[in-house]
Design a protein around this ligand. Sequence first.
Ligand code: SF4
Ligand code: SF4
Length: 488
Amino acid sequence: MPSPAASTPDPGISDNDLDAGPGGPPPAPDLPSPGGTRPASVPRDVLGLLGPAPGGPAFDGHRPPPAGLVADCVHCGFCLPSCPTYVLWGEEMDSPRGRIHLMRQGLEGEPLGESMVGHFDACLGCMACVTACPSGVRYDTLIARTRQQVERRHRRPARERALRAAIFALFPYPKRLRLLRGPLWAYQASGLRALLGRSGLLPRLAPTLATLESLAPRLTRAPKAPDRVPAYGPRRAVVGMLTGCVQSAFFPGVNAATARVLAAEGCEVLLNPARQGCCGALSLHNGREEEARRFARDLVDAFDGTGIDYFVVNAAGCGSALKEYGDLLADDPAYAQRAAAFAARVRDFSELLVELGPVARRHPLPVSVAYHDACHLGHAQGIRSQPRELLRAVPELELREIADPELCCGSAGVWNVLNPEPAAELGERKARNVLGTGARLLVTANPGCLMQIAAALPRAGGGRIGLAHTAQVLDASIRRLPVRHLLS
Ligand code: SF4
Ligand code: SF4
């Protein structure tokens, strides 16, 4: 039985970093603006003339953005072209460098004003800047800590509070999401969707609902997930598998394919669906620290004592959060060790399959595939070669690359719900690049990306293109299914 190797990314923060005190970069130089319109929904810094908002210093002593990490930024600007908000609006304070500058101001005692919060909120958390930065600046840690401070210390306007409360009362709860399936299915099947779409009423009457409606995937049958799937042939590993929230409610076929492929590759798969809730990714990526810690503890408990060698995740955003459990619960004496041990067992689906090596026979799938790197897989986890290696190993499958692969599709958890206009712009940009490959099938590893790009394809003038998760392609190949199974 293989022993799991530690895969938790080193947060790279030393005690010195935490003690370094304020300091860091001088104001960033002005840059030529590439143009673009910043939507009114995103608070705008009017050339800094608004000045600091009233109130105390931006950050308190509980996990502020570490000053040592802020000081690592040398203001070179290499990260700017890969930052979607900078590409859209050309504003320095909506670039990674600008946001790090604001963090420095916060550490120096500037208050957490509307303008500063607006620039932090506008960040998609896509981590393209982490990949692009030649100095190894840990923007991921910086924005995570900053968001936690914002959530604890900043009071948003009432309308925004209500929207966020509704989002976080729904999305991290798979049972509540599953309750939506019935009404959504009736809405899609009755023709009401098409009627409302033609009338153009919904965006005018209820813009947020219209955004959610446009993202909702076409529902397919959702069979109940089993507790356990036995390995096919000699058992090579015992793996726990995350069923997820959106994935389990709206993409049950992806979970079923993931479990089948793992079983075909010799893994006994434990799903334990009754005890699984949210992994906390959505909360963690939005600064809701206590909520994320609660979800993390529950998931660690759910797989306690099950003897799993690995914990497999097929959703990029969830995988990157799960790998941070050790850091998230580091100061909880009852969970610190268990959370770190759990995180060390976490693997993305493609990561584990490459690590184990294939045993199941692949059958031909004559189809051209455009592979989209989900940000939380490529940028946050550094997993780019594994899914490509798996896809290339399918006979007769032709893999094509998408232009500007580093640029986010605009999904970013619930960013597209909170910022519908720029998200739609990013979605269309990605959809055009996908269509530019001429591929018949788009493959990615995140439900949010699938929904976001699917919604944008018609607006980008797209013809028909199939959408699938990497697991579904491998499943079709192993089970000798026809290509049309993936294109329907
Ligand atoms: S995480 Fe993405 S959106 Fe945020 S600063 Fe970095 S590149 Fe820009
Ligand atoms: S690439 Fe890195 S060092 Fe250069 S400005 Fe961006 S974050 Fe700072």
